[in-house]
Design a protein around this ligand. Structure first.
Ligand code: ZN
Length: 431
């Protein structure tokens, strides 16, 4: 390679920290390093390899290094409405939010709201999000300057939306979009829920997803009233309806899955679907506690989401991690029911699988994209900590995230977003 080429390939070495790789064996290195060439992880291990001249070194002593988190269910632009529907249940929440959305939103506002969400996310170590919202290209665009990979696609619902178009017209547009392919990773179809669509529309979406191999994101079985409504409308449980419509697949991410029958759990496992567990939202809307232990025992792949900033008021996955590692102890009357390894895996590796991005993201392994966070353990709230997994699960906070690197590019350094011109260069190079 020529001198010019050598100069343009960025090399980064993160060393001296406790590295949680989140690989399939949960390999950890106490005095670990991650060596990065360009946008890719070259090697990970203990100690420190000899570095080439010009390598940028990030000293991670006193820190943990782990993959960026994957928020597997959110509505990013709902930061615009934070606090408008507190202390109500799901159905009143929807009435309030749907009205506000259809009255006030347009693509520019959605871009602005999603931009705030991406800033909040990246500063807290979240580098990928599965986003269900209107004008989905806006959230995807908002993520790019901040190194946040936003998986998005058209969302379908029979209620009034800011897109002001019918489900039938959106189905036609989606088919033409799917048939072109976007060349930028998986394509998504997002039926809002079984209660917001007719059986014909659900079937049409199922066959569209099957024809084009699209991934599917859908809300289901969020609370008892929803399950009753869907039974009245469609004569079966939400999960059964999705299965019948061809929408339950190994490319499907079901948000919530709180109120499940044994048969629902069996179906989720049989079809290989993912469940995005959203504990904050489920508690705040008094929806319930998802049977996560039973799902894991059945072989269902469970990932973690915050839901939107109206239903959980924060896009901080750290609090979801802590809650997920705590709630199921009570639900199962067993303090070992779900623990640190389970929830950190949900927030990283399984989340990346759910997004269809596990070849790039979700663990720190050679060949994957260099997308990671460096988390400080110097806060007094970590004093005396004996175990890094414990610290990451039960005592870490968003403010502990010191540095975030996305595709080999530092986006957050020393708790601050880097200059906007650097961010824009990153956006151009990845768009
Ligand atoms: Zn949601």
């Amino acid at each position: 390679m020529g001198d010019n080429e050598r100069m343009t390939i960025r090399r980064l070495l993160i060393r001296g920290g406790s590295v949680l790789t989140m690989d399939g064996r949960l390999t950890a290195f106490d005095d670990g390093y991650v060596a990065v060439r360009g946008d890719t992880i070259e090697s990970v291990g203990n100690g420190s390899p000899a570095s080439e001249p010009g390598t940028e070194v990030i000293d991670a002593r006193g820190c943990a290094v782990l993959p960026g988190f994957v928020n597997a269910h959110t509505h990013l632009a709902m930061t615009l409405f934070r606090g408008i529907a507190d202390d109500v249940g799901l159905q009143d929440f929807l009435t309030k939010v749907v009205g506000e959305e259809s009255r006030t939103l347009n693509p520019a506002r959605i871009y602005a709201g999603a931009t705030d969400a991406c800033r909040e996310s990246i500063l807290a170590g979240t580098t990928a999000a599965l986003d269900m919202y209107w004008f989905p290209e806006q959230a995807a665009r908002a993520g790019r300057p901040y190194g946040v990979t936003v998986a998005a696609g058209p969302a379908f619902a029979n209620f009034a939306t800011p897109e002001k178009t019918s489900v039938d017209r959106k189905l036609e547009a989606a088919e033409s979009w799917l048939s072109r392919g976007n060349g930028q990773g998986p394509q998504w179809l997002m039926p809002h829920s079984a209660y917001a669509l007719t059986r014909d529309h659900l079937n049409a979406l199922g066959s569209l997803a099957q024809r084009y191999g699209a991934r599917i994101h859908v809300h289901a079985s969020e609370n008892e009233r929803e399950v009753d409504t869907v039974r009245e409308m469609h004569g079966a449980s939400p999960i059964e309806v999705l299965a019948d419509a061809g929408l339950l697949t190994d490319r499907t991410v079901v948000a919530h899955a709180v109120q499940l029958s044994d048969n629902d759990i069996r179906l989720l496992a049989e079809y290989g679907a993912y469940v995005a567990h959203c504990p904050w939202s489920n508690l705040k809307l008094a929806s319930g506690i998802a049977p996560v232990r039973a799902l894991l025992d059945a072989g269902v792949r469970v990932c973690l989401g915050t839901d939107g900033a109206v239903s959980s008021n924060s896009l901080d996955l750290w609090s979801s991690i802590r809650l997920a590692a705590t709630l199921h102890k009570w639900r199962e009357r067993n303090p070992a029911a779900v623990g640190a390894h389970d929830v950190l895996t949900m927030a990283t590796r399984v989340g990346a699988q759910a997004l269809g991005l596990d070849e790039r993201l979700g663990s720190l392994e050679p060949g994957k994209k260099a997308t990671m966070q460096v988390v400080e353990l110097s806060g007094v709230h970590h004093a005396g900590v004996a175990d890094i997994w414990s610290a990451m699960t039960y005592s870490a906070r968003p403010g502990d995230v010191r540095d975030v690197i996305a595709d080999g590019v530092p986006i957050v350094r020393d708790h601050r977003l880097l200059q906007d011109d650097a961010l824009l260069r990153h956006a151009e190079s990845t768009s």
